[in-house]
Design a protein around this ligand. Structure first.
Ligand code: DI6
Ligand code: FE
Length: 403
């Protein structure tokens, strides 16, 4: 396997031990798709003879970014709903009137596999242009056995056809399918059966649900978690987004990888996440776009040492956002994370939220996924917004220029 050296770099490795995992005058040595060595260039082991050498001219290098919560595969858009909300209708009003998620379900079911793939690929490419190398994609706009499986398969096809790692999450318990009106418990029973099928077809890496007044109850959510547990699949949860349902504590009992949104998270919820080692996934795009006013309890999460991740939550209804870099800035301005916390949120903590141990920092043994930036320091990238200083992306040791 080729040994390739990237030298003359300033590296924010996010490896533990130093702020930012900072390495001044650093170098990275990759063998195949993994990092063999990362450190100060002056300490490069003498015995290693790279076959390829890249001089980065003192540029900043960070791990490849990880967008660990997206709903990227869907048909249509919800621009009309945006107009209605601007005229005063609430997100919940629209959902209860049969719009919202259900409108996207109709458009998704009507789209062909190729149409779903083409629209999702365009969105994925937008994220990748900013240095995203790993992405989680949820189903949840099919809401039937066939359409949920189709959306998961489209997500996996993105991972095969684009230079991107895709992790899929089954979110059949996103909204009640129209065919099941008034029969939410029957829907949950069927969704649990579909999960076994998705697992048998190797379509799914994790299981999620929307536990809220316009979603599913904690009891229904728990039935989904039990089905996931029987199949050996890890869980995560859209929890405490619009109200406090005790969802985070429930998910923590099932050792959830992450609990996501969390604006209405209680002190007990914080303690439960901490005890379970669950990641708190903060989604400033949805907070902003729904003009939410209740902030997630960031100070309490920080105090408790709960790892915080940041993602786009890209979806057509509450966060039609295709910029993880903008989320870095919003995590700081809206949620008061420090720039370093926000960066850990799209690297190390995002990896943990996906149960991935081979990425999220730059160190020997990790995947050679990294980004070369036109910036001196990552804090600058959190500070600017509407600006993309991504210069090159190296994924699995293979370098790609940015277009
Ligand atoms: N919470 C959200 O913010 C998204 N899903 C969820 O459970 C919104 C999905 C949509 O409005 O289409
Ligand atoms: Fe979401």
């Amino acid at each position: 396997m080729t040994l390739a050296l990237w030298r003359h770099a300033r590296i924010a490795s996010f490896a533990p031990g130093r702020p930012w995992g900072w390495i001044e005058a650093g170098a990275l040595l990759a063998q195949g798709d993994a990092l063999r060595w990362v450190g100060p260039e002056a300490e490069l082991p003498a015995g290693l003879r790279p076959e390829v050498e890249h001089d980065l001219g003192g540029a900043l290098v960070t791990p490849g970014l990880i967008d660990a919560h997206t709903h990227l595969v869907y048909g249509g858009d919800r621009a009309t709903e945006f107009e209605l909300r601007l005229q005063g209708a609430s997100y919940e009003d629209i959902a209860r009137a049969g719009g919202g998620i259900r409108a996207t379900v109709a458009a998704t079911r009507a789209a062909s596999d190729d149409e779903l793939f083409a629209s999702a690929a365009a969105r994925a490419r937008a994220l990748m242009r900013e240095g995203v190398t790993t992405i989680e994609i949820k189903s949840g706009y099919g809401l039937s056995q066939v359409h949920e499986a189709r959306c998961l398969a489209v997500a996996q096809r993105l991972g095969r056809e684009l230079p991107l790692t895709v992790r899929t999450t089954s979110l059949a318990a996103h909204a009640l399918a129209p065919e099941y009106e008034g029969r939410a418990d029957d829907y949950i029973a069927d969704a649990c059966r579909w999960l076994a099928d998705q697992q048998a077809q190797a379509l799914v890496d994790a299981v999620d649900a929307f536990c809220d007044t316009i979603g599913f109850t904690p009891a229904q959510t728990e039935r989904i978690f039990q089905a996931a547990q029987r199949l050996g699949l890890p869980v995560k949860l859209h929890a405490e987004q619009l109200s406090d349902q005790g969802g985070a504590a429930l998910a923590a009992r099932y050792r959830a990888l992450s609990c996501d949104h969390l604006e209405y998270l209680s002190a007990d919820g914080v303690a439960a996440l901490r005890a379970a080692g669950t990641v708190a996934m903060l989604l400033p795009g949805a907070y902003y776009f729904l003009r939410e006013t209740k902030l997630p309890p960031v100070a309490a999460l920080r105090e408790a040492g709960v790892p915080m991740a940041i993602a786009t939550d890209h979806n057509p209804g509450s966060s039609p956002c295709l910029s993880l870099l903008l989320m870095l800035n919003m995590a700081c301005t809206l949620f008061r994370l420090t720039p370093e916390e926000a960066w850990r949120g799209v690297t190390t903590h995002a990896a943990r939220a996906l149960g991935l141990h081979d990425r999220g920092m730059l160190a020997a043994g990790q995947r050679a996924d990294f980004v070369v930036w036109d910036a001196e320091h990552p804090r600058e990238i959190a500070y600017r917004f509407g600006h993309n200083p991504c210069r090159r992306v190296v994924r699995g040791g293979v370098q790609r220029m940015q277009s």
